[in-house]
Design a protein around this ligand. Structure first.
Ligand code: NAD
Ligand code: UGA
Length: 472
């Protein structure tokens, strides 16, 4: 009988995932622990550390009953029957594999701590996205650091939620994947125990079991395929612009092909988020380490096209505005990597803004959910490039004086020469564009990086409009 679950890592995955388990398994105590005191105190407050539709309601229903957030990591690990490890697995920034390989430092330190404090048998669940065969490494760390009395079963249970819809995705997942070692009795029992947790709300035919390595690799493959589709339609968008075709029409045609399906066909300024690029680079590194250079190069192209899409957008803005944006005010609407989240990790807005700033534009940024501090931090951080290329890099923006951040869309757009829509927030469809046009410099440009605006209406008002993959 599982009485207690501990989730290590209270981030975008750990918080919502563990909360939904608590909601659906009221007889199990769920403790979510983290080394970050500020994150845990936010989870214990009225202002949660992340914005997700529906999350507050779930937390309110369970917190203080069978769900708790704590920094007392060791106590809760010691008491738990199942430990979900939800820690971050970013791209390595230095050393062997820098820029590509996954950094397993956080995972390793969590595993060492589990080995130190455990005095009873544990099921350790890899929830984080990890390189294929990580379970082998984790097992070695656990076994070699424990007193031999404690038995560990390692399962891979990658998470498929998307930010902005994570509660919906967790409550009604299209699949739950459990990878384990079913060659021994302990492994079989562990798989059954985890399956039984999910079976409280997920139909059994949606719970897939595989071996450990298939589960670990499927997660990387899943993200790589999704990102590849976006890069494919984005590559088509460039060809549409060159030929007079309309990418929305092309997408519509493709979406009716039942062999292709309708999702992930929205051309955009580029995909963002903490995972697509990181996980593809992780895949590339694994391929290279296995001598599969052609396979590695194939997946690299997905990221190259994404980088191309962002720089193409910046180029379009600059060339359309008479080859210079120097000193011109450009309003940036939307900074998060997609709508309905405050997350800005790897948002295309960072590269687009840096590109425009490098051309000396003055940016006025508005996002309904992202704080000014976050925007300034993102724009002043110089990240290591994945391909170590010498291509033109934006200047270092330790001092982002050219940037203003507004809490009101009309303030942000006042006196601007152009508007760049970089996130598809619903509210951008319904704002008063006539009022905005009247307050802007002329000619007034709109660059719709998400193809969400009513182009005909904007043109009627008098805007010069550029959309992704559409005739001007
Ligand atoms: P995150 O950075 O939001 O959260 C990770 C948390 O782990 C942080 O709060 C950090 O303080 C904590 N942590 C790190 N080391 C720790 C330790 N040793 N002990 C206790 N706490 C520790 O990351 P995230 O977005 O939640 O992603 C976590 C993992 O899930 C990653 O591997 C990611 O690839 C994967 N994933 C993310 C998403 C997503 O939408 N964000 C979706 C599916 C999978
Ligand atoms: C993605 C996957 O969809 C999840 O299955 C996965 O669990 C998660 O990564 C992860 O491993 O982190 P997420 O990054 O939250 O989820 O969001 P998506 O909705 O997939 O969007 C990613 C990016 O692609 C966003 O910038 C979005 O705007 C962009 N996108 C998406 C497009 O440009 N076009 C599309 O058609 C779809």
């Amino acid at each position: 009988m599982v009485k207690k679950i501990c989730g290590i890592g209270a981030g975008y995955v750990g918080g919502p995932t563990m909360a939904v388990i608590a909601l659906k398994c009221p007889s199990i105590e769920v403790a979510v622990v983290d080394i970050s005191h500020s994150r845990i105190s936010a989870w214990n407050s009225d202002k949660l550390p992340i914005y997700e539709p529906g999350l507050e309601e779930v937390i309110q229903q369970c917190r203080g009953k069978n769900l708790l957030f704590s920094t007392d990591i060791e106590k809760h690990v010691y008491e738990a029957d199942i430990i979900f490890v939800n820690v971050n697995t970013p791209t390595k920034t230095s050393g062997l594999g820098a820029g590509k390989a996954a950094d397993l430092t956080y995972w390793e330190s969590a595993a060492r701590m589990i080995a130190d404090v455990s005095r009873s048998n544990k099921i350790v669940v890899e929830k984080s996205t990890v390189p294929v065969r990580t379970a082998e490494v984790i097992e070695k760390i656990l076994v070699h650091n424990s007193n031999g009395m404690v038995k560990y079963q390692i399962l891979s249970n990658p998470e498929f939620l998307s930010e902005g819809t994570s509660i919906q995705d967790l409550l009604n997942p299209d699949r739950v994947l459990i990878g384990g070692n079913d060659k021994n009795l302990g492994g079989q029992e562990a798989i059954q125990k985890l399956k039984a947790i999910y079976a409280n709300w997920v139909p059994e035919d949606r719970i897939i079991t595989t071996n450990l390595w298939s589960a670990e690799l499927s997660k990387l493959a899943d993200n790589a395929f999704l990102a590849q589709r976006i890069s494919s339609i984005n590559a088509m968008s460039a060809l549409c612009e060159a030929t007079g075709a309309d990418v929305s029409q092309v997408s519509c045609v493709l979406s009716k092909n039942t062999k292709l399906g309708s999702k992930y066909l929205n051309a955009s300024v580029g995909f963002g988020g903490s995972c697509f690029q990181k996980d593809i680079l992780n895949l590339v590194y694994i391929c290279e380490s296995n001598g599969l250079v052609e396979v590695a190069n194939y997946w690299k192209e997905v990221i190259k096209v994404n980088d191309y899409q962002k720089s193409r957008f910046v180029k379009k803005v600059v060339t359309s505005m008479f080859n210079t944006v120097s000193g011109k005010k450009i309003a940036v609407l939307g900074f998060s990597f997609k709508k309905d989240t405050s997350d800005t990790r790897k948002t295309p807005a960072i590269d687009v803004c840096k590109g425009l700033l490098a051309d000396n534009a003055c940016l006025s940024i508005y996002d309904p959910r992202v704080s000014e501090d976050q925007i300034r931090t993102d724009l002043s951080t110089n990240e290591i490039r994945w391909d170590c290329s010498t291509q033109v890099k934006p200047a270092s923006f330790t001092n982002v004086k050219q940037v203003s951040v507004f809490g009101d869309v009309y303030e942000a757009t006042k006196d601007a020469h152009g508007i760049c829509v970089l996130t598809e927030w619903d509210e951008f469809k319904t704002i008063d564009y006539q009022k905005i046009f009247d307050s802007m410099e002329k000619p007034a440009f709109v660059f719709d990086g998400r193809n969400v605006l009513d182009v005909d209406k904007l043109k009627k008002i008098g805007f010069i409009v550029y959309s992704i993959g559409k005739p001007i």
